[in-house]
Write a protein of this length. Structure first.
Length: 336
């Protein structure tokens, strides 16, 4: 592939420019509660551990069984004693993770309130969507599942929100699954971001996996635009998953980022490796230098959608999400 561009994204401070009023959602009623599954699991009554464990794993809307069979990958055919020993081994080996989470999330209320606020915006823009009314926190294997959404709940993996500098994340075996550019987002502030991202993906599953890169970029941009609307108080760099400096660098060099796709004729590419290179998680974009973010196509896709919405502000959010990305690309006439 021809590469006509090489630049280094500068590391400078980014500040968000506001200006657009957000709708008042304070009157929208949202009923949401939080269940601390990890507390029930790790703090079983020592006087009757078997009874406590049975109650934990069999209660709360079947999450206990999901945790056991999917997150811990236990074999349903195991004998009951084998199963209990397996769970007890997990609890013992992850006690230090639980203790760390207990200090950071002694009070989960602030995060519940952030999610509730985002759900109010969701209800405002999409009144017909039946959002989960429960938040379940848990601790699973460090190299396992993260935040997920089920039919009943938004499920938060606290082991993936202990802070990017947590010693757990520096272990070589874990970095084979979650390298530094992934664990840099293992912060408490990403709880609401991940929850809403899971909702957006639930509402609008990715059905453009065979589309050219340019159209996939716009599809990602639509989702980022929606997430920004649902979380107007969250820093945009967290919404896209860059560092603050990386997003500022992208705006400083917006034209050069776009030229990477135009000069190399990448927008029409259907090569899955090329698409992964610009829309997949990675430590950097090779052509843009060491300080650049990976997933650089998401940035340009986001700007295309913003440009379209600036030109056609009457477009409702639910209409935007259903729009053909080709139409958005053509009408936006994005040219930084």
């Amino acid at each position: 592939m021809r590469l006509l561009l090489s630049l280094s994204i500068l590391s400078v401070l980014f500040s968000c420019s506001g200006g657009k009023e957000n709708p008042d959602v304070s009157g929208i009623k949202i009923n949401v509660s939080t269940y601390r599954f990890e507390k029930a699991l790790f703090q079983s009554n020592s006087a009757a551990p078997d009874k406590e464990l049975d109650a934990t794993l069999s209660g709360n809307n079947s999450f206990g069984l999901f945790f056991l069979n999917t997150i811990l990958n236990a074999d349903p055919s195991w004998h009951q004693d084998t199963l209990k020993n397996y769970v007890a081994g997990f609890v013992y080996s992850h006690k230090n993770v639980f203790d760390t989470a207990e200090k950071i999330f002694a009070d989960f209320t602030p995060y519940e309130q952030q999610i509730k606020k985002a759900l109010q915006y969701l209800k405002y823009y999409f009144p017909g969507y039946a959002a989960p009314s429960e938040i379940i926190t848990y601790i699973g294997p460090l190299d396992g599942y993260g935040d997920i959404i089920t039919d009943d709940a938004l499920v938060v993996a606290l082991q993936h929100h202990l802070g990017k500098d947590a010693s757990f994340y520096k272990q070589g075996w874990l970095q084979e699954t979650y390298p530094n550019y992934i664990t840099s987002k293992f912060e408490p502030e990403y709880i609401v971001v991940n929850c809403m991202k899971n909702i957006v993906n639930d509402m609008y599953p990715d059905d453009k996996i065979d589309a050219p890169l340019g159209l996939q970029m716009v599809e990602v941009g639509k989702r980022l635009f929606m997430m920004e609307k649902l979380m107007p108080d969250v820093d945009p760099f967290r919404i896209i998953g860059y560092s603050k400096e990386q997003l500022k660098g992208c705006y400083d060099h917006e034209r050069a980022v776009w030229d990477l796709f135009i000069q190399n004729d990448l927008l029409q590419s259907i090569d899955k490796n090329i698409i992964k290179n610009y829309l997949g998680e990675s430590p950097k974009t090779q052509e843009l230098g060491e300080s650049s973010p990976g997933n650089i196509g998401a940035f340009s896709g986001w700007q295309i959608v913003k440009k379209y919405m600036d030109k056609y502000p009457e477009t409702k959010l639910n209409e935007l999400m259903k729009m053909d990305p080709e139409k958005i690309l053509q009408l936006a006439k994005y040219k930084p």
